[in-house]
Design a protein around this ligand. Structure first.
Ligand SMILES: *Cc1c(COP(=O)(O)O)cnc(C)c1O
Ligand SMILES: [Zn+2]
Length: 385
């Protein structure tokens, strides 16, 4: 049984029913967030029992938004390895740096978690035509989970999306639409498909449940660090689902009374210098982001000129005492080569950006040698070939 109560607008507190199709807050346009009866869960759920269940993110079923287990579309997502860096750490005399290797998810990226949750909930609500504007990884994840649930899917993506991903979407049976433009242009076309057809968009934060899938990364980290959590989490930030999701997860765990240490991690966003709206807003003290014109970076997953959750991202960074940092494509390439040759990890550019950010933050003194840091390797480099 899930402890899901409703969906709640963090900005104006408006409540929305999870029994029918929802998008975002129709009053104030903010994303809406799933709320659970954690007071009841606290007395009834046992974190050790959850730890003994078969692996995967649906171990956390009671804290996820689906009522009926039979509606879940799963391909074994979640419970990815947490790998301590050995040679990168030794070379620079840092010894507490880990990589959460999300490339081992189905369709080789962490987008699997969010889309498993979103497709499962859509399936439960009887929604059967799902469309997504995507830089790539979310499209193939949607296509896979929709295929599994026997729902229709469409992926709208930039024409320069890696061919591996385009082929993947086609093979999974998604309607695959290529756009000469950025993800923001894709979003416009999806808008037309929603109004002219009967498509439902599972675009980042336009759909409330992808966040719930992504938050399980936070649950897993808590468990892996014996409920004490690392000092720093560096996350390549596009739409910000994982960043906001993990922060939500840590607060939920706190309410459940499951954390041994109330010091939550500093949440750190890394973006590319060619598309850094969050970094700019963070540094200028703004509470929202400006649209980033002419975004350009090899890290497609974070080539997002403006997130719908910009305010939530900035609140997360500030509340957690974190920061936002931009790295160049050259730094990303160097970090990618280092992770591969020194550690045997073939990271996507977005994942490698976290190591580049780590070096900058270590050099500036923001991160000190005694601290523990987790880098999010959000996808496999294989998909970008
Ligand atoms: C989508 C994506 C990101 C950004 O994730 P958000 O949760 O939208 O910020 C980072 N890395 C990769 C590989 C991605 O596909
Ligand atoms: Zn609202």
């Amino acid at each position: 049984m899930t402890y899901l109560i409703d969906l709640n607008c963090p900005q104006c507190e408006q409540k929305y029913s999870p029994s029918i199709q929802q998008t975002y807050c129709t009053d104030c346009q903010s994303p809406i967030l799933a709320r659970y009866n954690l007071a009841s869960a606290r007395g009834e759920l046992d974190r050790h029992e959850i730890g003994s269940r078969p692996s995967g993110m649906w171990r956390w079923f009671e804290l996820l938004p689906v009522w009926d287990k039979d509606q879940v579309s799963s391909l074994g997502e979640g419970d990815t390895p947490l790998i301590q860096l050995k040679r990168v750490a030794q070379n620079k005399s840092f010894d507490q740096i880990w990589v959460k290797d999300e490339s081992l998810n189905p369709t080789a990226s962490f987008k699997a978690r969010g889309l498993s949750a979103a497709v499962s909930k859509a399936n439960e609500l009887g929604i059967n035509k799902l469309v997504i504007p995507t830089a790539g990884n979310a499209g193939s994840a949607l296509a896979a989970y929709a295929a599994r649930a026997r729902l229709k899917s469409a992926a709208v993506m930039p024409i320069d999306t890696p061919s591996v991903i385009i082929e993947e979407c086609r093979l999974f049976g998604a309607e695959t639409i290529l756009v000469d433009g950025l993800i923001s242009d894709c979003a416009r076309i999806v808008g037309e498909m929603i109004t002219s057809g009967d498509w439902y968009s599972v675009s980042t934060f336009r759909e409330p449940y992808r966040l719930e899938g992504k938050k399980t990364m936070g649950y897993e980290l808590a468990e892996e660090f014996n409920w004490q959590l690392p000092d720093n989490i560096i996350y390549p930030t596009g739409g910000g689902t994982g960043l906001v999701g993990m922060w939500k997860a840590f607060k939920e765990l706190n309410e459940l009374g499951w954390l041994e240490d109330q010091n939550l991690p500093r949440m750190i966003s890394v973006q590319s210098k060619g598309c850094a709206p969050v970094v700019e807003a963070f540094n200028s003290g703004a509470d929202k982001c400006e649209f980033w014109e002419a975004a350009e970076t090899i890290a497609w997953g974070i080539r997002v000129p403006l997130s719908l959750a910009d305010k939530l991202i900035l609140v997360t960074l500030r509340e957690s005492g974190g920061t936002a940092i931009a790295v160049s494509d050259n730094e990303i390439i160097a970090a990618q080569a280092e992770l591969a040759s020194q550690e045997g990890l073939f990271s996507s550019p977005e994942g490698a950006a976290t190591l580049a950010a780590f070096y900058q933050l270590r050099a500036s003194g923001f991160i000190t040698p005694d601290e523990s840091t987790v880098l999010f390797m959000t996808a496999s480099g294989v998909k970008y070939i």
